[in-house]
Design a protein around this ligand. Structure first.
Ligand code: ADP
Ligand code: MG
Length: 264
């Protein structure tokens, strides 16, 4: 495991300027958008279905090119990560290979980079232990619950020690209790590693629990209609969800989302 790096320096900052996305056929997914994400920030993005959230993440990851404008992902300035930035992506579907063990699935990104067997197994075992799967290394995906499969997917994303972690509604298909446990684990991972995180979700409570800042988008073409800090202390434990402050923050984000749904 790499040495711990100072908070807010282990992550990539992200800069979007005048980003627009029009698909062939004329669907405008994103109207000109400016967005700055600071190094080590945990940002949640919310918005109505079809407003362009996934398109936005794909452009940040480089999977999709903007029609106009620029997307920049910067290198962190620490010695631990100097000269390197690395983007990991987690989708709603865990996308595990059924014929590979949990350990072998989590080690795949290292295998693709040509890292030797002993090192990749050690690093994958470490990443799996960090999401509570230290006992499940030899299992196969069909022997896991949905929540466990998603934890393997998260471990696989973290195994390269990414400087930017993009998550596209990763826990949306899970039951509420499982989702809450995963949110807690993800927040802990972030507090330990301080990679930059951009998390797309439909859930206002999930956004407020996880993130330090919430951006709400309007209906397509997606524009930012609300962008504010979540006014809660950095330490997030399950009991926070029952507090008046939490309910208050959730309501503010919910009202922005309602305005986004209503916008033309
Ligand atoms: N490859 C594509 N070709 C044409 N239209 C697309 C493509 N990908 C997404 N869209 C359209 O762009 C809009 C935004 O999609 P998406 O980013 O997936 O929204 P969200 O993730 O917010 O639900 C939708 O209207 C969708 O149908
Ligand atoms: Mg989407």
């Amino acid at each position: 495991m790499p040495d711990p790096v100072p908070a807010a320096l282990a992550g990539s900052s992200v800069t979007l300027r005048g980003v627009r996305k029009e698909f062939p056929g004329g669907v405008v997914a994103i109207d000109p958008m400016d967005l700055d994400v600071a190094a080590g920030e945990f940002l949640a993005i919310l918005g109505p279905s079809g407003c362009g959230k996934s398109t936005l993440l794909r452009m940040i990851s480089g999977l999709e090119r903007p029609t106009a404008g620029t997307v920049e992902v910067h290198r962190p300035s620490t010695t631990g990560h100097a000269g390197r930035f690395d983007i990991a992506y987690v989708f709603q579907d865990a996308h595990l290979l059924p014929w590979r063990t949990v350990l072998s699935n989590a080690a795949m990104p290292l295998e693709l980079r040509g890292i030797g067997r002993a090192e990749r197994q050690a690093r994958a075992a470490d990443a799996l232990a960090n999401v509570g799967l230290g006992d499940a290394l030899a299992r196969y995906p069909n022997q896991l619950s949905g929540g466990m499969r998603m934890r393997v997917s998260l471990a696989r994303a973290m195994v390269t020690d990414p400087t930017l972690l993009l998550l596209d509604e990763p826990f949306a298909a899970l039951d509420e209790i499982t989702r809450q446990r995963l949110d807690e684990q993800l927040r802990e991972l972030w507090q330990a590693r301080r990679m930059t995180v951009i998390f797309v979700t439909h859930s206002t409570t999930e956004a407020v629990f996880l993130a330090d800042r919430a951006v709400v988008m309007s209906k397509r073409p997606g524009r930012i209609i609300s962008d504010r800090a979540v006014a809660l202390a950095p330490a997030r434990v399950g009991a926070l969800r029952g507090t008046a402050d939490f309910v208050h923050e959730t309501r503010i984000v919910y009202e922005a989302l309602e305005r986004g749904e209503a916008s033309a």
